[in-house]
Design a protein around this ligand. Structure first.
Ligand code: SPD
Length: 282
């Protein structure tokens, strides 16, 4: 009997998750990181960066719907959006569903991520050539410093806070994000698993608090992200807080596979108490 070949993801040196693979279809070291693509038996094609699972064909829609539609539907009147990271194009694909955007900018540090996504993940990357979409291959930290008061929404679709993604979780970066947002703009970040260490999660929240007054985490379940539950966090300085734009969500809801109207409307209320306590939220 033929033995399975396994890709093993190691999570913070504490846990290992294994995926039986058909084969490895791509592997290269870019200027910034190691990029691999596996054909897995359970989740289809899988993009792996520096040993961490970034996305898979079968469950990518959960992460990409959560990181794009929640910020879009909690802004008053969004017209411009910047995605930092997200070179696979999944977040951009979801944003394109909203007619309200006049421009969607993607700033990805690693051109190889964009290239391999176009080649091996066409259903994820399919809107990267959309006329409203502008793709910049640049360091997001530098890009944001050079574009002040420019965006209604900024989405940080980063890797984990190691390697090139590390600088996207810092105080200084969030201050620059605030400056790149227009008045009443909002930022949405991927904020790791609620099961991670309390000190680490609190640091993300306290760094965000150095630039933003309202901070609202929310959770969802991405099958291939370590530890079962994932989190994203919205932050804004809009004095009116965060209000759900029901009509904007309803317009695109039939094109979604994870988020429902009720879930989106009450997304900040359905935080598990253990995560709430970890972050010292009321
Ligand atoms: N541990 C995995 C975290 C990855 C978050 N970003 C994924 C990028 C998908 N667009």
């Amino acid at each position: 009997m033929q033995q399975n070949k396994w890709f093993i993801e190691e999570d913070n040196k504490e846990l290992r998750f294994g995926y039986a693979t058909e084969n490895k279809i791509f592997s290269a070291e870019s200027e910034f990181q190691k990029i691999e693509i596996f054909e897995t038996k359970a989740y289809g094609r899988m993009l792996v960066i520096d040993g961490c699972v970034m996305t898979t064909e079968k469950d990518e829609f959960v992460y990409h719907e959560m990181i794009s539609h929640i910020p879009t539907c909690y802004h008053k009147d969004p017209k411009s959006v910047l995605v930092i990271g997200g070179g696979d194009g999944g977040t951009v694909r979801e944003l394109v569903k909203h007619e309200c955007f006049e421009e969607i900018t993607l700033c990805e540090i690693d051109g190889m991520v964009v290239d391999v996504s176009k080649e091996f993940f066409p259903t994820i990357a399919k809107e990267l050539n959309h006329p409203k979409v502008k793709v910049c291959i640049e360091d997001g930290i530098k890009f944001i410093q050079e574009n002040k008061n420019s965006y209604d929404i900024i989405i940080i679709d980063s890797t984990d806070p190691i390697g090139p993604g590390e600088g996207l979780f810092t105080n200084d970066f969030y201050k620059d994000v605030k400056a790149a947002l227009k008045t009443d703009g909002l930022v949405c970040i991927q904020s790791e698993s609620p099961w991670y260490k309390k000190e680490f999660l609190q640091k993300i929240t306290s760094n965000l608090s150095s630039a933003f007054k309202t901070i609202r985490p929310y959770v969802g379940s991405v099958a291939t992200y370590p530890r079962g539950l994932w989190s994203w966090t919205l932050a804004t300085n809009d004095k009116q807080g965060l209000n759900f734009a029901e009509e904007r969500f309803s317009k695109i809801s039939k094109n979604l596979n994870y988020l429902t109207f009720t879930q989106a409307k009450y997304i900040f209320d359905i935080i598990p108490p253990f995560y709430r306590k970890k972050l010292n939220l009321k």
